[in-house]
Design a protein around this ligand. Structure first.
Ligand SMILES: Cc1cc2nc3c(=O)[nH]c(=O)nc-3n(C[C@H](O)[C@H](O)[C@H](O)COP(=O)(O)OP(=O)(O)OC[C@H]3O[C@@H](n4cnc5c(N)ncnc54)[C@H](O)[C@@H]3O)c2cc1C
Length: 442
């Protein structure tokens, strides 16, 4: 079977490696001159910055990502780094809460701080543990859990406590998002508390480890797929740089809205499916500031005021903290600007977030090295509205189950951050679920 993969980001490379393990030799089409997609890192003034990876859960021994990486031979190529005690510090309307590296310790700390909610906290953790196992087995992922985080949190009455729990929706949806899918929430929540790790050299190291593991995959860079060709039996070819290439199956890791726009002559059922996908809501867009901070910062700091802003440290460089400041931003405000208007707007927004963050905490001097807007994410992903994680992972959208690896178009499959869920966990899970449709080659 001849398989094409569209997109050379984390998900494209992962799918290729998993297909190789099953005996296939796929071809990756990547439109940019470099592979890596959002997971890329970059160097400015000799300092290494991460774009789309800071930390992930499920990386402690025997947890999901640790095991998957070990099975794929990636673990030996990566250096996992533990946080020293606290990994997140939450500043919610002026009050500080520390998130320790242990679910049982976090539960005990919350019960001590909110004694009247002791039983409700215990029940909430219990429900999270029940849904925390991450598995790509068909019998597991076909079970649709339509509960939202808000549904499961209903017995927690204290507003601050609810916000502490809802902080964890920020890793796959948006901050304090009650409608977030609980199923994915539980997996993120428990697996972060018990197994958050950084990776030395960040996202770039993951991409190098994947690239170095590929043996028979062909990677075509500067190769934008512009059309996917379809007949009544399903997709059978794609067009890239004005040339047509035939395939038995096509896996797209690109945003499903972008992918379905590459198909012509859809039948009625397929057109309905396309409209359904077009209507899906996106996660919010964001602004990043890549900077050097004078003071030492070891935990990720989240400030929740009227607007949210976070400071995510990656490593140290010449005694300073290499960090990303991440804040909400609006794609629509950048979409139609001229080059000079764009530059001005970007400078103004950068100055605005910097000012805010300096007022919130004593970071010492902050040297801005670079920044990125919602258009930058759009450029890296070719997705929709520069959304941070693509399609919003809400309970409603996930229970519609329109976005699964097997699409309503024969021989066309989806993987990537939009399908099951975003991030390292989502990309691995999506790629593994996809493999259920590709039998091992004899
Ligand atoms: C600011 C930010 C911080 C993040 N932090 C974390 C974190 O700390 N931990 C974590 O686990 N996750 C994090 N994530 C999420 C994670 O980075 C992404 O979910 C993941 O990298 C997505 O990988 P992907 O391969 O699915 O998509 P992408 O990286 O978007 O890859 C898609 C690829 O397809 C290519 N492409 C698009 N259109 C075409 C076409 N027509 N033809 C050919 N190629 C095409 C693109 O160029 C791109 O390379 C973060 C994301 C962002 C934006």
């Amino acid at each position: 079977m001849n398989i094409a993969i569209i997109g050379g980001g984390l998900s494209g490379l992962l799918c290729a490696l998993m297909l190789e393990k099953r005996g296939y030799s796929p071809t990756i089409y990547e439109r940019l001159p470099k592979i890596g997609g959002v997971l890329d890192s970059f160097k400015r003034k000799q300092v290494l910055f991460d774009i789309g990876f800071h930390y992930s859960g499920a990386l402690a021994e025997k947890q999901y990502l640790y095991n998957s990486m070990q099975d794929l031979g990636l673990l030996e190529k990566l250096q996992l780094e533990k946080y020293d005690g606290v990994f997140d510090i939450l500043n919610i309307e002026g009050e500080v809460f520390e998130v320790p590296q242990s679910s049982s310790l976090f539960q005990a700390q919350l019960q001590e701080r909110f004694p009247t909610e002791k039983d409700a906290i215990a029940t909430f953790f219990e429900k999270c543990y029940e849904s925390s196992i991450i598995s790509s087995k068909p019998e597991e992922f076909v079970k649709i859990d339509s509960r939202s985080v808000g549904d499961v949190l209903k017995d927690i009455k204290n507003t601050k406590l609810r916000k502490i729990f809802l902080h964890f929706t920020i890793f796959y949806a948006t901050a304090f998002f009650e409608e977030a899918s609980f199923d994915f929430y539980a997996k993120i929540f428990i697996n972060m508390l018990d197994g958050t790790r950084k990776i030395e050299e960040g996202g770039g190291a993951i991409i190098s480890a994947l690239q170095n593991s590929l043996m028979t995959t062909k990677i075509k860079k500067r190769s934008e797929v512009t059309e996917i060709i379809l007949d009544e039996d399903g997709v059978n070819a794609l067009v890239c740089n004005n040339e047509r290439f035939s395939y038995d199956a096509i896996v797209s890791t690109v945003h499903p809205k972008t992918t379905l726009n590459m198909l012509q002559n859809l039948n009625k059922k397929q057109s309905r499916y396309k409209h359904h996908v077009e209507d899906l809501e996106e996660s919010p867009s964001f602004f990043s500031i890549f900077c050097l901070i004078e003071n030492e910062i070891v935990s990720n700091i989240y400030f929740y005021e009227d607007e949210f802003i976070s400071v995510l440290p990656s490593r140290t460089y010449e005694g300073k903290t290499v960090a990303t400041i991440l804040a909400g931003s609006k794609y629509s405000e950048y979409e139609n600007l001229s080059k000079s208007e764009y530059k001005l707007k970007k400078e103004q927004e950068c100055a605005y977030h910097l000012e805010r963050v300096k007022k919130l905490y004593d970071f010492g001097e902050i040297e801005v090295i670079d920044s990125s807007t919602p258009l930058t994410k759009q450029h890296y992903s070719n997705g929709a509205e520069g959304s941070i994680y693509g399609v919003l992972c809400s309970a409603k959208q996930k229970s519609l189950s329109v976005l699964m690896p097997r699409t309503r178009v024969n021989n066309l499959y989806f993987a990537g951050e939009n399908i099951i869920a975003p991030g390292l966990i989502g990309a691995f899970l999506g790629a593994e679920i996809l493999m259920n449709y590709f039998e091992e080659k004899k």
